[in-house]
Write a protein that binds this ligand. Sequence first.
Ligand code: FDA
Length: 392
Amino acid sequence: MNNEPYDAIVLGAGAAGLFCAALAGQRGRRVLLIDHAPEVGRKILISGGGRCNFTNIHTAPERYLSANPHFAKSALSRYTPRDFLALVERYDIAWHEKTLGQLFCDGSARQVVAMLLEECEQGGVTIALGHPASAIDHADGRFTVQAGPVRAHAPALVMATGGPSIPKLGATGFAYDLARRFGLKVVEPRPALVPLTLAGEDLLFRELSGVSAEVVAHCHKAAFREAALFTHRGLSGPAILQISSYWKRGDTVAIDFLPDHAAGWLLERKRTHPRATLRRVLGDALPERLASVLADRIGLAGELGASTDKALHAASERLARWPFVPNGSEGFAKAEVTSGGISTAELSSKTMEAKKVPGLYAIGEAVDVTGWLGGYNFQWAWASAHAAAQAI
Ligand code: FDA
């Protein structure tokens, strides 16, 4: 493998790198795929609780965050969830739609990794594991990479080393350092799809640790209706993970605890159940412990019939927009993905090639494109990998 010429060197054998290497190999390119981990696709293996939520049939550019919301359109439209599903079916991998368009393996995420490895095999891809890419040089239109004992060169280098979320799985900010070395801008990386932490007054909600409810979580213009979970540190669950990608320090996350209740519902209850307490009517719709804490905090102790309409109106407004001001998140250690990354302004949306460094490509999570929870991030990995593979 020493000092061998390749057509492309792909750094990072995660979802994006494996797929890009396989497709480019199948187009006749000689491809070297390098990863510092001892095995490929570690995040795929643990994804979706071990069943890999490999795509989402509702994929659309609006479901991705990026400094340029248009950037992902081209790649996503040229490699769609149906395309990846067709591949999955070709390998007889049984799948199901869980909810909200999320497609999972019936069996194990290992099947997806095995499929990608087989695709690499068919493309004649050389895989070098267990050594980080150390020295990387660029001269005369040629990239030279050293990874442990392996030294290779190629006219194309693909940065597919992902983002720094979950470092214990081997995740690094390597792609950003490399991009900066080549003069490319990086949009500040932040933990995304991550639990939020609470402090001060909100810490009182800690007593609800383990309680969950279907809510609508709002932040700025984003809103997600899914489950929220109280934890001993703050808030988690799909609704919170989703909204965390839109949240910045200092922002308020407003929770609608009763998304199916119309604005005047408490006044209505006052008329129909004047002897009931707020705690009791909340207990009809919410877990008992949550109903109790919310009622205590609103402070309407007596029967509804004894409360003024104004007080009831204020209570229902608060329940529909309960403000939490998280003091932070659980950080990269717990973040499912990283938002930010290599600036899309530096890349061609068609090929993922750096505009000012011909032959240098960036794909997957390393790029400033971050999907919603639910298979959107793998779909971006597949689509961006496909775009680059057509060009190298
Ligand atoms: P990815 O992180 O997969 O791969 C990067 C590779 O680069 C890794 O193999 C790493 O070892 C390697 N690397 C890093 N630094 C290196 C260096 N210096 N030298 C050499 N190699 C290096 N998404 C989704 O759509 N559905 C889901 O079900 C889930 N579930 C999920 C669960 C959990 C727990 C996490 C943490 C994440 C998810 N995700 C997800 C997100 C998804 O895993 C993520 O978006 C993709 O894996 C990104 O693919 P990439 O190939 O870009 O990076």
